[in-house]
Design a protein around this ligand. Structure first.
Ligand code: ADP
Ligand code: MG
Length: 686
């Protein structure tokens, strides 16, 4: 349980003074629902207010402080913003604009005819000047209260940095002093302040890099410690050594030889399986590198040893695809394979459950359904998880509890991520890499095309379809919302249908899984020529005949995502093309990113560059970093601090594996503070 000392931080954000319904919403939009979220919502820099006597168009874009007098109010028919028409001492006009029914408030702040010291960002509005939601509107005698420098926070509509700073101050007030979890030598060397002091310092001075670094370190340390607890507890559990005979694998007739990387990886896995300690291994291999074969050989090893193996796929359709290809590959071998997904009901499901319990089924392929309560295995020896990034630490830990003896775990991912992030996401695992492609792959030719040439692209698609080709058409990510993605995809499908009729199919994230699968199946079967899609096609789908992919507004996707999307083609014997449609005005970074996509198909290079091309200070949301989702540590900080934090966490676990000593206790608190506490439960039960 969370230590009581942290309770004030984990109270609802509404526990802070001055948060009415008006603020709750914008805070919620920023994901700030608890006091701790506000505390960790750090300012990004300073804003300087320029004092001015006279309004000047040339100041547009700047934050100014100026004396203004309200002359009149304009409010467009109730709903629109309230505009306070005000003048400077020279009679120049500016509008102070208040959105969202703040008319009364605006009038109170700036009564007609009374001068006020106003501060905010000056903007153009047509030929006029305006200040939207001024930060300060104060009577002249209080004008001194307008700070010339102020910390700026990431905001959402309805919030000001001033407000955020006030809330942060309250959050810090509630923050307890905590016992130190950082190793004393390191703390001294880095001259880091204590945790609470660091928090206070950074809100007071956004440029305080020492304080910022300390907080980032804490977050990374907690993350690494949590992963190491998982590793420790897994290591402490007895699994069983799987003594392979080689019989099944020898009987397997493959149409090709293993690549060097596959052979090496298979040896690494065999070595792990032969130990009683459960394997914890991550298999990283780019799309098409042949992970399925490695997994198959590993599962056959388990079956040779008399155990069962299970393969977990992220979606229904991928589960069925794996099942079919495994059945084909293992035809003629004495191995019983079954598939189980949430959709299997009634008699079929019953039969599968019986077979698993009796041990007549050797290999089970399925979705999360294969780990439900009701599913009991006779002797589950190995679990393979395909597309690891949909399978978090918590699930990995749950899995360990499923079998009598902890099963060996092989996780596979096609998402190439930089080394630092691998350590942050999978620090508890050993890593194998398939860094070599099977021979004879056709390269994918990638071209970047401006959106004004969309017509040419549609023509090219037309030619491709008349040559019996199939294609993906990926629609832009309009916002981080499935609803708007869907609208864009529907509109595109509509225009393409006008030309290609019923050869156009559509999938998006809002469709029911069964509908989605039906469309995907039709595409796989060749009944659909062009599949218009949002990013739902990102993971694992295999349609070798699809050799063209068009990605609209490619500049709005992350590089890793583009790479995944592009990996949908180039899977068959035909030559493949990827057309990246770009918007009009591109930033330098966007340009560089698209150029990189054109230049290389090496996923790891793309991933490293992606991280490098991020602006300084940019955070890694869960989307980019897998489940780790850091909110204080930036990629750069991760680069420098992660090795140190990893060593430090390992040392602590070596010395005090139960986290019982004073530093261990402090570290437990850190785990709760950064919400990496799932591992603490393992301590108690272990
Ligand atoms: P992924 O790593 O993306 O899961 P797959 O396992 O689906 O890749 O393999 C991609 C394709 O490569 C499959 O058609 C598979 O049969 C083929 N393949 C795998 N290993 C080899 C190999 N050693 N030589 C030639 N083809 C291979
Ligand atoms: Mg695969």
């Amino acid at each position: 349980m969370r230590p009581d000392i942290l309770n004030p931080l984990f109270a609802e954000v509404t526990a802070l003074k001055g948060i009415g319904p008006g603020l709750a919403k914008p805070l919620d939009r920023l994901g700030l629902s608890r006091v701790v979220d506000v505390a960790f919502h750090l300012p990004t820099g300073w804003v300087d207010r320029v004092p001015r006597e006279e309004l000047d168009m040339a100041d547009a874009g700047r934050i100014i402080a100026i004396t203004l007098t309200a002359q009149s109010y304009r409010s467009s028919n109730g709903r629109g913003p309230t505009r306070v028409q005000a003048t400077d001492t020279f009679g120049n006009y500016v509008s102070l604009v208040y959105f969202g029914g703040h008319a009364g408030w605006a009038k109170k702040l700036a009564p007609i005819g009374e001068p006020r010291r106003v501060s905010g960002r000056l903007e153009h509005y047509g030929q006029e000047l305006q200040i939207v939601h001024p930060d300060y509107v104060l009577p002249l005698e209080e004008a001194g209260d307008t700070p010339e420098r102020e910390a700026i926070y990431p905001l959402s509509e309805g919030l000001t940095s001033k407000r955020m700073a006030q809330l942060a101050a309250q959050a810090i007030e509630r923050a307890p002093s905590l016992a130190e979890w950082i190793e004393p030598g390191l703390l001294a060397k880095q001259q880091w302040p204590a945790w609470r002091e660091a928090l206070a310092r950074i809100h007071a001075d956004p440029s305080d890099t020492v304080a910022r670094e300390r907080l980032a370190y804490d977050e990374i340390f907690a993350n690494q410690l949590a992963l190491m607890l998982v590793r420790q507890s897994s290591r402490a559990r007895r699994g069983r050594a799987l003594a392979a005979t080689g019989k099944l694998r020898e009987a397997l007739r493959l149409p090709y030889a293993l690549t060097g990387a596959q052979a090496r990886t298979v040896r690494e896995i065999e070595g792990d399986l032969a130990q009683a300690q459960p394997m914890l291994r991550l298999l990283q291999g780019d799309v098409g590198s042949g992970k399925t074969l490695v997994a198959t050989l590993a599962m056959l090893t388990a079956v040779e040893a008399g155990a069962q193996a299970a393969l977990l796929a992220p979606t229904e359709i991928l589960a069925r695809q794996h099942y079919e290809s495994l059945r084909r590959m293992l035809a003629g071998l004495p191995v019983e394979i079954a598939v189980l997904t949430g959709r299997d009901k009634g008699k079929v499901r019953e039969a599968t459950l019986m077979g698993l319990a009796a041990g007549t089924i050797d290999i089970l392929i399925g979705t999360h359904a294969i780990f439900q309560e009701a599913v009991g295995y006779k002797d589950l020896g190995l679990v393979v998880v395909d597309e690891q990034h949909r399978f978090g630490v918590a699930q990995r830990m749950m899995l360990q509890a499923k079998a009598k003896a902890a099963p060996h775990l092989l996780a596979m991912t096609a998402t190439p991520i930089p080394r630092t992030l691998t350590l942050a996401n999978y620090g508890e695992m050993d890593v194998s890499q398939l860094d070599e492609m099977p021979p004879g792959r056709q390269p994918i030719e990638t071209r970047v095309i401006s959106e004004d040439r969309l017509g040419d692209v549609v023509d090219a698609l037309g030619r491709h379809l008349s040559d019996e080709g199939q294609a993906y058409w990926v629609c832009p990510l309009v916002e981080e919302s499935e609803k708007s993605d869907m609208a864009a995809a529907e509109a595109r499908a509509e225009t393409l249908r006008a030309r290609f009729g019923n050869r156009v199919g559509l999938v998006h994230g809002r469709m029911k899984p069964a509908e989605k699968d039906a469309v995907m199946m039709a595409f796989a079967a060749g009944q659909i020529g062009v599949l218009v899609a949002t990013t739902v096609i990102e993971v694992g789908v295999d349609v070798p005949n699809a050799t063209l992919i068009v990605i609209e507004h490619a500049d709005r996707f992350g590089l890793a995502q583009l790479h995944q999307l592009r990996g949908r083609v180039g899977r068959g014997s035909g030559k493949s093309n990827c057309l990246l449609i770009r918007g009009g005005a591109l930033s330098e970074t966007s340009r560089a990113r698209l150029a990189l996509m054109r230049e290389t198909t090496d996923g790891f290079r793309i991933a490293e560059e992606d991280l490098r091309l991020r602006g300084a200070g940019e955070l890694l949301g869960t989307r980019q970093s897998g489940e780790a989702g850091f909110r204080l540590a930036t990629p750069e900080m991760l680069g420098t601090l992660l090795p140190v934090a990893t060593d430090d966490a390992r040392l602590l676990i070596d010395r005090d594996g139960g986290l019982e000593g004073p530093r261990g206790q402090a570290a437990r608190t850190a785990l709760y503070l950064f919400e990496r506490d799932a591992g603490v439960a393992l301590l108690r039960s272990g």
